[in-house]
Ligand binder design. Structure first.
Ligand code: HDE
Length: 683
């Protein structure tokens, strides 16, 4: 199998993958040795009622393969979902980096992106309160470049040696393996209180960022400081950002917990459906750039992974766009077997000395060796570069390449000393020639010691609703902690971040609030608040509650206007089949009250129908009420207004009703575009 032909970018990865795909439909069944199978239902027995015979090689092969179908799940980020796409740079980044895929705006680089939760196992619910992984593999002509990031720009710890401790504390407790996919338990919060460098990341993890509405509506961050190096060898420090074109949006916590029951696949279904519908998720790539000379110009250390670079101080330069446009053919072969590694780099991209990044450079290959069963995982179709690759590495489990010739060592004369190395000019990778003059020490720099300033910056930057969500999240999590000592330590710790925050959740968990302290940091960074993100009605899902004898004319106009604005209405009634309007229009029902729920939608259009249909109205009222309590936009027609009688719903923001159909639809779309209406009186 040669990879030499696959150097054209664009669709080259797709073509490469196609060579490995197999379509079994319409084919004759064979064993793995190609032998045609005559019987696949009955094992070979000594007599109809007798024992099964060892000789039955077909049975043994089938069962053995099945017995070995599982591989160890990832120790972290086990639950993930992925898609293919492409990346294009907007303008050449030559001034900063020689990375080939960042030079030419006309070039499309194939990508494969895997999103994940961190703590839960492969079968866990996707709406856990957690960071989300956001890993991108760029199949460039200079080799694979992996940007293995998260949807949170900072991390819990400053040194990789603490990662096993963090993960042990976060994962289900070892004596009873509870709780699954949750940080709301004693060991996690005990770790936090005793490792206070985590304060900033905890703020993000307790914020709305940790319960995204969709993978399509999350930011991504490279987290660490990296280096761009240009042709002249000049280096700049950089941080990577992915900015979703649809903006950054979340659900509310009560909703998240219910979604986990109603549809634990909510995020993957959303990604899958969007791609199948042609609503391709898009993210712009941004970089923050700091000149070498300015390494020490900030009040934090730029190597410290618990710090972000406020966007107001170091602007994010938008340099390109990624579009996800193809679902996988097989989740195991692609999503499960893909192997990311922050050490997969290309010329022009280099590492910084961030001690977390340095440790990651070891861990990722190591973990693939156990997970994918040996050193040849780079040969798996999803992991193969699209450019040629040659070296003297040989053999090992599952080796696929048949390397010809007698020479597998360097240097040699029998093969003219090939494969030969490349000079920097020829594209050979060189590590940045940073001068290091130091003693070997086990230590942390003094400049890493401020754990609270940016946590406070984050708090200061939140809107009122976001602050309330943070207090509620801490109250929930610490309400689940059993140790009063741990609860007290956490209250004390977060009093260093914000007195208002610490008091808020201390009261909720019955702990004496800390003494008033003055917040030393008064700055805010508007870019951190989701209140300031892009808002659009595009691809928002609306449940249309439709009963028999609905007002056809109005409904047809509203549905049409919603669709024109990119909103996705789906019809819900108490039975599947068709519902008939007063003038005879028949609309196909997509879901019933049994198969769907208000938590699976962004808004509700309460149409109503015949008043005699009491059961329909009862279920609709519950549905609307729940959506209202999750701050969602609600639209109602004349009949539907009956569903808005509770909780002063009618006078609340984001509740639109009555009036001429077109006008109503436009106002409803505006309410949908605003996403959530926080200033509601909801208890
Ligand atoms: Fe990871 N991380 N990590 N991590 N990480 C893994 O590699 C590790 C860290 C991230 O979709 C593992 O293949 C260490 C930060 C993502 O396949 C493992 C440290 C960030 C994914 C590993 C970190 C990440 C992983 C487990 C501390 C954000 C999923 C399976 C030094 C920048 C990749 C695997 C995918 C996966 C180690 C910290 C992101 C064990 C030692 C910080 C998105 O190698």
């Amino acid at each position: 199998m040669s990879d030499e032909h696959n150097v054209n970018g664009g669709s080259s990865k797709k073509e490469q993958l196609e060579k490995f795909t197999s379509d079994d439909r319409g084919k004759k069944m064979t064993t793995n040795q190609g032998l045609k199978v005559s019987e696949d239902e009955f094992s070979l027995k000594a007599g109809e009622r007798g024992p099964t015979l060892m000789e039955d090689f077909h049975f043994r092969e089938k069962m053995t393969h099945f017995d070995h179908e599982r591989i160890p799940e990832r120790i972290v980020h086990a639950r993930g979902f992925a898609a293919h796409g492409e990346f294009q740079v907007y303008e050449s980044m030559k001034e900063y980096t020689k990375a080939g895929f960042l030079q030419d705006p006309s070039k499309k680089t194939p990508v494969f992106v895997r999103f994940s939760t961190v703590a839960g196992n492969r079968g866990s619910g996707e709406l856990a309160r957690d960071a989300r992984g956001f890993s991108t593999k760029f199949y460039t002509e200079e080799g694979n470049y992996d940007l293995v990031g998260n949807n949170i720009p900072v991390f819990f710890i400053q040194d990789a040696i603490k990662f096993p401790d963090l993960v042990h504390a976060l994962k289900p407790e070892p004596h009873n393996e509870m709780p699954q996919a949750a940080s709301a338990h004693d060991t996690f919060w005990d770790f936090i209180a005793n490792n206070q460098e985590s304060a900033h990341m905890v703020m993000w993890a307790m914020s709305d960022r940790a319960i995204p509405r969709s993978f399509r509506m999350m930011e991504g961050f490279g987290v660490h400081t990296f280096r761009f190096v240009n042709e002249e060898g000049k280096s700049h420090f950089i941080k990577f950002h992915w900015k979703p074109v649809l903006g950054t949006h979340s659900v509310v916590w009560d909703e998240a917990q219910k979604i986990n029951g109603k549809d634990p696949d909510f995020h993957r279904r959303d990604l899958w459906d969007s791609i199948e519908n042609g609503d391709y998720p898009e993210y712009e790539l941004g970089v923050q750039i700091i000149a070498e000379e300015d390494e020490f110009a900030f009040d934090f250390d730029i190597l410290d992974p618990t710090k972000l670079w406020p966007e107001e101080d170091v602007p994010v330069k938008i340099i390109g766009k990624m579009t996800l446009n193809r679902n996988v053919d097989n989740v195991f072969a692609e999503t499960e077997q893909v192997a990311f590694h922050p050490g997969h780099v290309v010329p022009g991209i280099n590492f910084s000395n961030d001690p977390l990044l340095q440790g990651r450079l070891f861990s990722y290959t190591d973990t693939q060796l156990i997970r994918l069963g040996g050193p040849n995982f780079h040969e798996l179709p999803i992991n193969r570069p699209v450019c040629p690759f040659h070296n003297n590495q040989r053999d090992g489990y599952g080796r696929q390449t048949i390397n010809r010739g007698q020479v597998s060592y360097h240097k040699n004369s029998l093969a003219e000393n090939t494969p030969e190395t490349s000079t920097e000019k020829e594209g050979g990778y060189t590590h940045y020639h940073e001068k290091i003059d130091a003693h070997k020490v086990r230590a942390r720099s003094e400049s890493f010691k401020d754990h609270f300033s940016q946590a406070t910056l984050f708090w200061n930057s939140m809107s009122d609703a976001e602050k309330e969500h943070l207090i509620n999240a801490f109250s929930f999590e610490l309400g689940k902690v059993e140790s009063a000592s741990v609860q007290n330590q956490v209250v004390e710790m977060f009093a260093n971040v914000s007195h208002e925050l610490a008091t808020g959740f201390a009261e909720a968990i019955g702990i004496t609030p800390p003494a008033e302290q003055e917040n030393k940091v008064t700055k805010a960074s508007p870019a951190l608040s989701q209140e300031n993100t892009t808002k659009t009605p595009v691809t928002r899902k609306v449940a249309v509650l439709l009963g028999k004898d609905f007002q056809d004319k109005e409904v047809n106009t509203v549905l049409e206007t919603l669709k024109e604005a990119g909103v996705q209405p789906e019809i819900l009634s108490d039975k599947l089949g068709k519902v008939k309007g007063v003038e005879g229009t028949e609309l196909e029902v997509d879901h019933t009250f049994l198969t769907a729920d208000s938590v699976l939608f962004d808004a509700v259009y309460a149409v109503g129908g015949s008043e005699e249909d009491k059961a329909f109205y009862k279920k609709s009222a519950l549905f609307v009420h729940e959506a209202f309590s999750h701050f969602k936009p609600i639209g109602a027609t004349e009949e539907g207004i009956k569903l808005l009688q509770v909780d002063e719903m009618k006078n609340s923001k984001g509740v639109v009703y009555g009036g001429e159909a077109k006008k109503f639809a436009r106002e409803f779309i505006e309410a949908i575009a605003a996403h959530r209406h926080w200033d509601r009186n909801v208890v």
